[in-house]
Design a protein around this ligand. Structure first.
Ligand SMILES: Nc1ncnc2c1ncn2[C@@H]1O[C@H](COP(=O)(O)OP(=O)(O)OP(=O)(O)O)[C@@H](O)[C@H]1O
Ligand SMILES: [Mg+2]
Length: 505
């Protein structure tokens, strides 16, 4: 749907922003009432920076903004909110020690003569939580630090939805959400759209963009390269615009020589979570794990790695007759396992530290001379090599990790584990939150690892990518592995059937 001049709510002209290098160059953007407008671009293209400028969290170096016909130059977040512009940021921004209710109404706590009206706060919080399907699940008095990432994300969304918005910005809101939670969010967005709110939506997931977006603007290296109604853009066109390259559809699967059994999981169980899960992965093999959200995929990897301790069963590494149950990840690492966790930004990075130490963290022994001195040159070369392999978009190894874009922070964590040189790699959703071309980089890497004779376990919610690169796929359902398929034996229907079968026992 193209929109008319009179529908434009927010108009940006010539917006420029540089940090050490230019991040946004003369960006023009019109956002219309009653439309969902997507901002699409590779990791580091400038999407979050632009949304921070619109919501008063950063100021542009040049350019003008007009909101509903009047000049708009918010000095801070409160200034933007007073004009009806609200944002859900890419990274979580709640105050962990405060309760859910206090976080929801942080700067507008109900009071009478300075005395907090607890009852009213609670009621209003329940109303806000209901909008995101959390009423009855999350108590408004719980401290936010006790919530999982998905619930924290929903609390942030609820906080934004509970305002009267004219413009609502959502920067990758669904990264930690399950499918039903996404459905509920979209229902709300449709309602807001119908009420005339202008929504700016940022996501790397094509399926989501297709479902909810009316109009799209594509950014490449801080330049607007295309703006068009969503239904005029094919997937190929989007990829071409955001990378600036013609991408050939290539097959990512490679036939490889398999070696010995590298990892054997034997009846691994955790009460109420995992039930007798057994499978094995050979050297040179990519073993995919499919399943619905909540089926126990992440829990399985955590139990193998010792992040959670299994109750029964064990894992055998490198053909060992004796099974072990790791009680701590460091024991697993010592035994040659690596795990790239799902929420890499939460569990993976030392934010104020430079990229260099984030990559070499925990690996320093590799660069030590025999008397223990760290050979700095070697450390830097090696970090650089793996950042290049992951195609990290950064200014240099000394840049602080918190200055990288969200997707590039994720790539740094993956680079760290690659540097470690393990025998078995457990990847939990490695392509979530990273752009299309970086996804191809990850596929390439998994293949390369397998080509070097490593065993790779690959959890993904995207069936397409599992089918594309795995040698075998195990399917989790309600904490059990209900089927294992070989390449050639599988199809989507069989996998889906297995993914549901555990729930009907
Ligand atoms: N505070 C900062 N200091 C220095 N550089 C920064 C800062 N904030 C952002 N940048 C740089 O600006 C560029 C754009 O970052 P931005 O976060 O806007 O990207 P993005 O499009 O949101 O990417 P992603 O998809 O990974 O979230 C990046 O190269 C990033 O390193
Ligand atoms: Mg971003």
């Amino acid at each position: 749907m193209p929109f008319t001049e009179s529908q434009v709510v927010l108009r940006l002209r010539g917006i420029r922003k540089s940090y050490a290098a230019p991040v946004l160059r003369d960006v023009d953007l019109d956002i219309a009432a009653g439309q969902v407008h997507a901002l699409i671009g590779a990791n580091g293209a400038g999407k979050s920076t632009l949304s921070r400028i619109i919501s008063g969290l950063a100021s542009p170096d040049a350019g003008t903004m007009v909101l509903s016909g009047e000049a708009y130059a918010p000095r801070n977040k409160a200034g933007a909110e007073s004009r009806g512009v609200h944002i859900v940021q890419q990274e979580l921004n709640l105050v962990p020690t405060l309760s859910v209710a206090e976080n929801l109404f942080l700067n507008r706590l109900p009071h009478r003569c300075g005395v907090l009206r607890r009852r009213e706060l609670r009621d209003r919080a329940c109303g806000a939580l209901a909008m995101v399907g959390l009423a009855g699940t999350v108590d408004p008095d719980t401290p936010v630090s006790q919530l999982g990432v998905g619930h924290q994300q929903l609390v942030e969304i609820a906080a934004a939805l509970s305002h009267d918005c004219r413009v609502l910005i959502l920067d990758e809101p669904t990264a930690a959400l399950t499918d039903p939670q996404i459905d509920l969010l979209f229902e709300h967005l449709r309602r807001l759209r119908a009420a005339g709110v202008a929504i700016l939506y940022i996501s790397h997931r094509m399926d989501e963009l297709r479902r909810i977006v009316d109009h799209a603007t594509i950014l490449r290296d801080g330049d607007v390269v295309c703006t068009a109604p969503m239904n005029h853009l094919t997937a190929e066109e989007i990829v071409r615009q955001l990378t600036g390259k013609e991408i050939q559809r290539e097959s990512h699967h490679c036939a490889r020589q398999r070696g010995e059994i590298a990892l054997q999981v034997d009846r691994l169980s955790r009460d109420g979570v995992l039930h007798d899960v057994s499978f094995e992965v050979r050297e040179g093999e990519i073993f995919g794990i499919a399943g619905l959200v909540g089926s126990g995929r992440t829990e399985l990897l955590r139990a193998i790695f010792g992040a959670d301790v299994a109750d029964r069963g064990g894992v055998h590494l490198g053909g060992a007759a004796e099974g072990v149950r790791f009680r701590e990840p460091r024991h697993a690492v010592k035994a040659g396992l690596a795990m790239i966790p799902e929420d890499r930004r939460q569990h993976g990075l030392l934010m104020p530290q430079p990229v260099l130490s984030n990559v070499t963290l925990g690996n320093l022994r590799r660069f030590a001379s025999w008397w223990g001195r760290i050979r700095a040159r070697r450390e830097r070369d090696s970090a650089q090599h793996f950042c290049r392999a992951m195609d990290v978009h950064y200014q240099g190894l000394d840049q602080r990790a918190d200055q990288l874009s969200g997707g590039n922070q994720q790539k740094v964590v993956i680079a760290r584990w690659l540097l470690r040189d393990s025998r078995v790699y457990l990847f939990d959703e490695p392509t979530r939150g990273i752009d299309v071309s970086a996804k191809a980089t990850v596929y390439h890497l998994l293949n390369e690892l397998a080509g070097q004779g490593k065993a790779v376990v690959f959890v993904s919610s995207e069936m397409r990518e599992l089918l594309e690169i795995c040698d075998r796929i195990g399917v989790m359902s309600a904490g059990r592995m209900t089927a294992v398929f070989r390449r050639g034996e599988w199809n989507q229907e069989k996998i889906l059937h297995a993914a549901l079968s555990g729930y009907s026992r």
